[in-house]
Design a protein around this ligand. Structure first.
Ligand code: ACO
Length: 432
C-alpha cells in the first residue's frame, strides 16, 4: 500500500505549470486533478471515464477481488471456503456485520430473518394485480420499492437500530416476493412462508409447494441453491451495487435504493446474462452449430453470453464452484442436454485466439442458468434468484455508504457536446 508521501508530478503543457498530486492507496483524487486549470476563469480539468472503468467511487471493506489472480473474498474470507463450509445466512451476517457470528449471534440472526418472512397482505394484493405474463424481475423490483410505503420509518437512515431492522426485513422478505412473482406467472396460489424450514428450504417451498402439508426439498438441491446464493452474495462495486450506492447517496430509504439495484441487475449485461446464456444455448441447439456461432461472435454479430468480465481477466472463481454444483444438481435431476453444448462451447472458446487475446473466460452466469433450468425455473426467474443472493451484498454496501463521512450525493460530471445559446422560434412560425 502506498504512503501519503507518494505523489505524481503533473505538468500542464498548456501553461507550463507543474502540480504535485498526492497518491494514496494507489489512487489520486479526481478533485486534485480539478485544481489544474488553463486559466483563472477556465473550468478545472475533469476525468473522463464512461462506465467508471478506472475510477474508485468509495473505500470499502466488504469484498476484495483480484481479477488477474481470480481471487474473491468476502470480508477477507475466500469464496471457495465460504461456498464449501458456510451457509447463505451466515455469509449474509458476515457481509452485513463485518465478521462471522458467534453461536448466539447466528441463532438470533436466523430467528429474526425467519420471523420477518411474511409480508403485509396488501403486498399480496398489489402483486396479484400484475398482468398474467409480468416478468418476475419487474414484479420484484416494484414490490421491493413498494415496501418503503409499508415501512415509512425506513427513511430514518441515520438511526442504527432502524437500519438493522430494515436489513433483516429485506433479506427475509426477498424470497417471499421472488417466489410469489414466480407463482404469479403460473396462475398458482401464492404460498405463505413456513417458519419451520431453513431459509433456502422455505424459498423452495414457496416456489413449488402444492397441496402437501410440508414441502420436502431434496437436500442436495437445497445445498446447491444455498451455494449459488453464497456465490452471488456480493461482488464489490458491480453495476447493481453501484446503483444501490448512487440512489442511496441521496439518503433515500433502503427499499428504494435496493429496488434501483434490482433494476440494474435486470439488464442482460449484468444479472440478466444467465437468462441470455440459456437462450443462446437453446438457439445453438447442438454441437455442430457451434463453429458457425463462434464465427458470428468473432465477426461482431453477437456476444458469447456468460463469457468475459470487467474485473476477472484470468478466470471467475465462482464459475469453478458452480461447475461442481452443476454435478450435484444433475445427480438429482438428470443431466441437462444443453450442458454438452455449453461444455463444447467453453472448450472451443478457451482455445480460440479471439477469446484468449481478449482474456474472455466463463463467468458465474455461464453455468448457473443450466442449474436453474434443471430445477425447472423458467429463464425469467434466473435473475430473481441472483437478486435474492445479492441482497445481503447490496445492504452491506448501503450500510457502509450510510456511515462513510467521505461520501456525497453521487453526481458525475459530463463533457457537454450539444448546441449552446440557440434562439427559440415559436411553433406558429416553425410549423407554418
Ligand atoms: N463475447 C464476445 N466478445 C466479447 C465478449 C463476449 N462475451 N465480452 C467482451 N468481448 C470483447 C469486446 O467486443 C471487446 O473486443 P474489442 O477489444 O475487439 O472491441 C473486448 O472483448 C473487451 O470487451 P469490453 O466490452 O470492453 O469489456 P467490458 O469489461 O466493458 O465488458 C462484460 C464486460 C459486459 C461482462 C462483457 O464481457 C460482456 O458483455 N459479456 C457478456 C455478458 C455477460 O456474460 N455478462 C455477465 C457478467 S458477470 C455478472 O454480471 C454477474
Amino acid at each position: 500500500m502506498s504512503s501519503v508521501t507518494d505523489s505524481l508530478t503533473v505538468r500542464d503543457n498548456r501553461t507550463g505549470q507543474e502540480y504535485e498530486v498526492p497518491i494514496l492507496d494507489g489512487a489520486i483524487k479526481a478533485a486534485d486533478i480539478g485544481k489544474i486549470r488553463s486559466g483563472e476563469d477556465e473550468p478545472g480539468l475533469a476525468v473522463y471515464d464512461p462506465g467508471f472503468v478506472n475510477t474508485a467511487s468509495c473505500r470499502s471493506s466488504v469484498t476484495f477481488i483480484d481479477g488477474d489472480k481470480g481471487i474473491l473474498e468476502y470480508r477477507g474470507y475466500p469464496i471457495e471456503q465460504l461456498a464449501e463450509q458456510s451457509s447463505f445466512l451466515e455469509v449474509a451476517y458476515l457481509l452485513v456485520h463485518g465478521s462471522l457470528p458467534s453461536k448466539d449471534e447466528y441463532d438470533q440472526w436466523v430467528h429474526n430473518i425467519t420471523y420477518h418472512t411474511f409480508v403485509h397482505e396488501n403486498v399480496k394484493g398489489f402483486m396479484e394485480g400484475f398482468r398474467y405474463d409480468a416478468h418476475p424481475m419487474g414484479m420484484l423490483m416494484a414490490s421491493v420499492g413498494a415496501l418503503s410505503t409499508f415501512y415509512p420509518e425506513s427513511r430514518n437512515i441515520s438511526d442504527a437500530d432502524n437500519r438493522a431492522i430494515q436489513i433483516i426485513r429485506m433479506i427475509a422478505k426477498m424470497p417471499t416476493l421472488g417466489a410469489w412473482s414466480f407463482r404469479h406467472a403460473q396462475g398458482k396460489p401464492y404460498v405463505y412462508p413456513d417458519n419451520e424450514l431453513s431459509y433456502t428450504e422455505n424459498f423452495l417451498s414457496m416456489l413449488f409447494k402444492m397441496s402437501e402439508p410440508t414441502y420436502q426439498a431434496d437436500e442436495r438441491i437445497v445445498k446447491a441453491l444455498d451455494t449459488l446464493f453464497i456465490l452471488h452474495a456480493d461482488h464489490e462495486q458491480n453495476a447493481s451495487a453501484n446503483a444501490v450506492r448512487a440512489v442511496g447517496s441521496t439518503q433515500v430509504d433502503p427499499y428504494s435504493a435496493v429496488s434501483a439495484g434490482i433494476g440494474a441487475l435486470f439488464g442482460p449485461l449484468h444479472g440478466g446474462a444467465n437468462e441470455a446464456v440459456l437462450r443462446m444455448l437453446k438457439r445453438i441447439g447442438n454441437k455442430s452449430e457451434i463453429p458457425a456461432f463462434i464465427e458470428g461472435v468473432k465477426n461482431g454479430n453477437e456476444r458469447l453470453m456468460g463469457f468475459g468480465h470487467r474485473v476477472y481477466k484470468n478466470y471467475d472463481p465462482r464459475a469453478k464452484i458452480i461447475k461442481k454444483a452443476c454435478d450435484d444438481v444433475f445427480e438429482v435431476t438428470g443431466v441437462n442436454p444443453l450442458l454438452e453444448v455449453a461444455q463444447e462451447l467453453e472448450k472451443i472458446a478457451l482455445e480460440d485466439e479471439y477469446f484468449v487475446k481478449r482474456k474472455l473466460y466463463p463467468n458465474v452466469d455461464f453455468y448457473s442458468g443450466l442449474i436453474y433450468e434443471a430445477l425447472e425455473f423458467p429463464p425469467e426467474m434466473f435473475t430473481v434468484l441472483f437478486a435474492i443472493g445479492r441482497t445481503p451484498g447490496w445492504l452491506a454496501q448501503w450500510l457502509e455508504l450510510t456511515q462513510d463521512k467521505e461520501q456525497k450525493i453521487a453526481r458525475p460530471k459530463q463533457i457537454y457536446t450539444g448546441s449552446r445559446g440557440l434562439t427559440y422560434t415559436p411553433t406558429e412560425q416553425r410549423w407554418a
